[in-house]
Design a protein around this ligand. Structure first.
Ligand code: XUL
Ligand code: CO
Length: 438
């Protein structure tokens, strides 16, 4: 059975191609800085957007009719597994990601739910074996079911906390079973609506306890995935605790979790927090915490998480510019398309087109960023801009040899202060030239 219209594996045809079912920029075997594009980018398909999402919005029902929609329950879950491996093969993407509740339906009890999951995980495992496809990360959905209305690890209800722990325990076991390279915690409903009813201190202490227990259990069962936290400032709760990279890092540091966690950063979450994607990547990178990315984009005219496929080349170039400068690039992480087709893109083939658009945009971002770095197009300017810290009083500051008295003595005799231009417009023109010509 084909769910995407018997499409052949997408090939690289180069930038002159007009074939919508071809890559114009993603050439998996092209080597850049000693690694192939495939190794740099480690593309992943997100189960929830590609197979589970049906196109509904707050005003309308599902619009995306798929071949597997004729099934229900476990039959539907099995058909989606088939669709997943078909799409990965078409795209030549090596990885996929899922929430536990994306892959199997909940039963009447936790026992039944876990049984459903075990069966689908076994099916996924056998498909991974025959196809060579891999799991980039798995996670637990602790936000859809009404039991999580007050949160999961930050709930006011210890019964829910215990249920959430049981759910993550199972997800860690499945991560191990499938050889997942990472495990993600996105704080679905870990936040609050109103301080009038919230004990913020207890909720955050409990969240840290939860993450320590997860670490301990992963160690106990020998699951050596990289743990990742995915920050998001709002939606579904008004104020999410893992607001952005900086907030999340300070939480991890306070609770002695910084050594075992890195960050999974998402472009649209960055913009919701009032940051650019590259800002979030930079904050993580300079703290040794850039683990993986959720590739998508928002709409600057809308204030919510639209999860569009990434096509903005400025953003993909600057994202890849950070990733290329990260120690070991994206490392064990990858470029996961946490992105969905618009509800007006109703055909199954749109899922293929949209991934091609995202993969090409990131491949182009990779090429342009590598040229920028190779030519030191920005670095030479940045080096020069901080020149004052290389000699004299600046060198003393950097070496920790200055104090307020020596700095005052310097300031008193240094008159006038000379200011250099930041040249932002010139640098933006340079960036444009690279995007157009690299
Ligand atoms: C929600 C979001 C999630 C996480 C995984 O905005 O990004 O899908 O990526 O739970
Ligand atoms: Co995400």
């Amino acid at each position: 059975m084909s769910y995407f219209g018997n499409v052949d594996k997408i090939k690289y045809e180069g930038k002159e191609s007009t074939n919508p079912l071809a890559f114009k920029h993603y050439n998996p075997d092209q080597v850049i800085f000693g690694k192939t594009m495939r190794e740099h980018l480690r593309f992943a398909v997100a189960y929830w957007h590609s197979y589970t999402y049906g196109g509904s919005d707050p005003f309308g029902a599902n619009t995306l009719v798929r071949g597997y929609d004729k099934f229900t329950g476990m039959d539907l879950a099995k058909a989606r597994v088939e669709a997943n491996f078909e799409l990965l093969n078409i795209l030549g993407a090596d990885y996929f990601c899922f929430h536990d509740r994306d892959i199997a339906p909940e039963g009447a009890t936790l026992q039944e739910t876990n049984k459903n999951l075990d069966e689908i995980v076994a099916l996924i495992k056998s498909n991974m074996k025959t196809s060579g496809k891999k799991l980039l990360w798995n996670t637990a959905n602790m936000f859809t079911n009404p039991r999580f209305v007050h949160g999961a690890a930050t709930t006011n209800n210890a019964e829910v906390y215990a249920y959430a722990a049981a759910q993550v325990k199972k997800a860690l076991e499945h991560g191990k079973e499938l050889g997942s390279e990472n495990y993600v915690f996105w704080g679905g409903r870990e936040g609050y609506e109103s301080l009038l009813n919230t004990d913020m201190g207890l909720e955050l202490d409990n969240l840290a306890r939860f993450l320590h227990m997860a670490n301990d259990y992963a160690k106990e069962i020998g699951f050596d995935a990289q743990f990742l936290i995915e920050p998001k400032p709002k939606e579904p709760t008004k104020h999410q605790y893992d607001f952005d990279a900086a907030t999340t890092l300070s939480f991890l540091q306070k609770y002695d979790l910084a050594k075992t966690f890195k960050l999974n950063l998402e472009a649209n979450h960055a913009t919701l927090a009032g940051h650019t994607f590259e800002h979030e990547l930079r904050v993580a990178r300079i703290n040794g915490a850039l683990g993986s990315i959720d590739a998508n984009q928002g709409d600057c005219l809308l204030g919510w998480d639209t999860d569009e496929f990434p096509t903005d080349l400025y953003s993909t170039v600057l994202a890849m510019y950070e990733i290329l400068q990260n120690e070991n690039g994206i490392g064990r992480g990858g470029v996961n398309f946490d992105a969905k087709v618009r509800r007006t893109s109703v055909d199954p083939i749109d899922v293929v087109y949209s991934h091609i658009a995202g993969m090409d945009s990131f491949a182009r971002g990779l090429v342009v960023a590598s040229k920028l770095l190779e030519d030191r197009a920005l670095e030479n300017f940045i080096d020069d801009r901080y020149d004052s810290f290389k000699t004299g009083i600046g060198a003393d500051i950097v070496a920790g040899k200055a104090n307020f008295k020596t700095l005052e003595a310097y300031a008193l005799q240094n008159n006038p202060i000379v200011t250099k231009s930041g040249r932002v417009e010139v640098l933006r023109t340079v960036l444009n030239q690279y995007i157009l010509n690299a």
